[in-house]
Design a protein around this ligand. Structure first.
Ligand SMILES: [Zn+2]
Length: 211
């Protein structure tokens, strides 16, 4: 039987206009990057009538998880991310103090994810790709022809690599070896900004050189 297309809802939240995605299938839901504005996210989850099965993080940067603690209280479900993000946890806390930013406690993962893992959700499966470079534990979630790339690959852009744990060469390798090998019509849902496709980025992205 053909798998049903998942529901994909996008909310742009917080001061850095981060994309929070809600994925739904057969009444089960996953939240990717509860970035901010948990009440708005909750409203959308409830309007989709979903039971939240997972809280997923593409990575642990503050602008991708300011709504996470509150949302996890509203919907208890396992928090899943890559353990590489724990390497930058303490540094990030110090840095936010340095910049006078409000610190949001970064809860420990209930489950670490790694390349090749899969998570069942309703009628579909979430595939996990490890795409480091912007941060050590950066993940892309591949869901039925859609790639949720976090801050690894954007429409006509790539993630910054000047934060602790960032590495330009590793970022390029992630994009070329993990993302550009996907079908050209794979839709990219990045951590910030509009959607794109793998095919368009291969043609147009000015930051990724294939040679
Ligand atoms: Zn980031």
């Amino acid at each position: 039987m053909a798998k049903k297309k998942p529901q994909i809802e996008t909310l742009v939240v917080g001061p850095l206009m981060t994309n929070c995605y809600i994925i739904g299938s057969a009444g089960e839901g996953a939240v990717i990057d509860a970035a901010a504005e948990p009440d708005r996210i909750k409203k959308r989850i409830d309007s989709m009538d979903l039971e939240v099965r997972y809280h997923l993080l593409t990575h642990g940067h503050l602008d991708h998880r300011q709504g996470l603690n509150e949302l996890m209280e509203m919907y208890p479900a396992p928090l899943c991310y890559h353990e590489g993000e724990d390497e930058i946890r303490e540094g990030a806390k110090l840095r936010s103090a340095e910049f006078g930013l409000k610190w949001y406690e970064f809860p420990n993962a209930d489950k670490f994810l790694d390349d090749g893992d899969t998570l069942p959700l309703g009628d579909i499966e979430i595939q996990v790709l490890h795409t480091p470079g912007h941060s050590p534990g950066g993940l892309t979630f591949l869901i039925e022809g859609a790639a949720f790339t976090g801050d690894c690959l954007f429409a006509q852009g790539v993630g910054r690599t000047d934060f602790p744990g960032g590495d330009w060469d590793i970022l390029m390798k992630s994009i070329k070896k993990k993302l550009y090998v996907l079908d050209d019509d794979t839709v990219i849902y990045p951590g910030h900004g509009p959607v794109s496709t793998i095919g368009v980025e291969k043609d147009m992205n000015p930051f990724v050189r294939m040679l």
